[in-house]
Ligand binder design. Structure first.
Ligand SMILES: *[C@@H]1O[C@H](CO)[C@@H](O)[C@H](O)[C@H]1NC(C)=O
Ligand SMILES: [Cu+2]
Length: 250
């Protein structure tokens, strides 16, 4: 019979895994220079005492999630009590952004979804509840079932990164990227899904002429009873309905 200390040593990694959800710690544009993202631990630090980044600050010090019973509030837009990032990522239509999560637990399988919202003026003074989001890409189920292989597994295998392409020809302007993982391990019951939205300011340059469609406020993207918000990961299936509006093809 193993000693107590052996059991404690064996169970420690599981405990750490359960609390390690993650946030977007940095970004690269076309595999260029590292751009630092927001750190949730900076939320209560006075402005000026922490780095200014393109990442929105939110009350997710636990790297926690927005629950479906808050999907009709502004918290689902850019995470809890979000405050805008004070800088911009500079990019053009057609560029690829690589988003680096600091970590992600293997058990938290589900879709990765990206949206853009156009800011009315500067995103650095926007409020998350005032933004309207257009879905620009989505991926979710890959193969197998119970629980199967998901795009979150790809993210983990790729050094916790996920790529998103800015639509080619997108008109210049100030935009907020809403990047989101929805973890489905508890989604078999109502209010069991976990949304992990992360917002980043992007200043799009270039000479594109395509206007982003008007979009959907965060509080109208999903409901707690949508297909794909309720989903039983630990069952037999061969498809998954990614929730939210249709992808804008550009
Ligand atoms: C993985 O990402 C981290 C940043 O999260 C970076 O420092 C490291 O160089 C990356 N590793 C590889 C092999 O790209
Ligand atoms: Cu979790």
């Amino acid at each position: 019979m193993p000693s107590f200390s052996t059991i404690a040593a064996l169970s420690l990694p599981l405990v750490q895994l359960a609390s390690a959800h993650g946030h977007v710690a940095g970004i690269k544009v076309n595999q260029g220079a590292w751009i630092q993202g927001a750190d949730p631990n900076w939320f209560y630090q006075p402005q000026g005492s922490v780095p200014e980044t393109p990442g929105w600050q939110a009350l997710n010090q636990d790297n926690g999630f927005v629950s479906p019973d808050a999907f009709s509030t502004a918290d689902i837009a850019c995470h809890k009590s979000a405050k805008p990032g004070k800088k911009y990522i500079e990019a053009n239509g057609g560029d690829t952004l690589t988003l680096y999560w600091n970590t992600w637990p293997d058990s938290h399988k589900g879709p990765v979804i990206n949206y853009l919202a156009k800011c009315n003026g500067e995103c650095t003074s926007a409020s998350s509840g005032g933004l309207s989001f257009t879905k620009i890409s989505e991926a979710g189920y890959l193969s197998g079932n119970n629980p199967g292989t998901w795009v979150t597994d790809t993210l983990i295998a790729q050094n916790f990164t996920s790529d998103v392409k800015i639509p080619s020809g997108l008109a210049p302007g100030n935009y907020v990227l809403r990047h989101e993982i929805i973890a489905l391990h508890g989604a078999g019951s109502k209010n069991g899904a976990q949304a992990y939205p992360q917002c980043l300011n992007i200043k799009v340059g270039g000479s594109g002429s395509k206007s982003l469609p008007s979009g959907t406020p965060g509080s109208s993207l999903y409901t707690s009873t949508d297909n794909g918000i309720i989903f039983s990961l630990y069952s037999a299936f061969n498809s998954y309905p990614i929730p939210g509006p249709a992808v804008w093809s550009g």
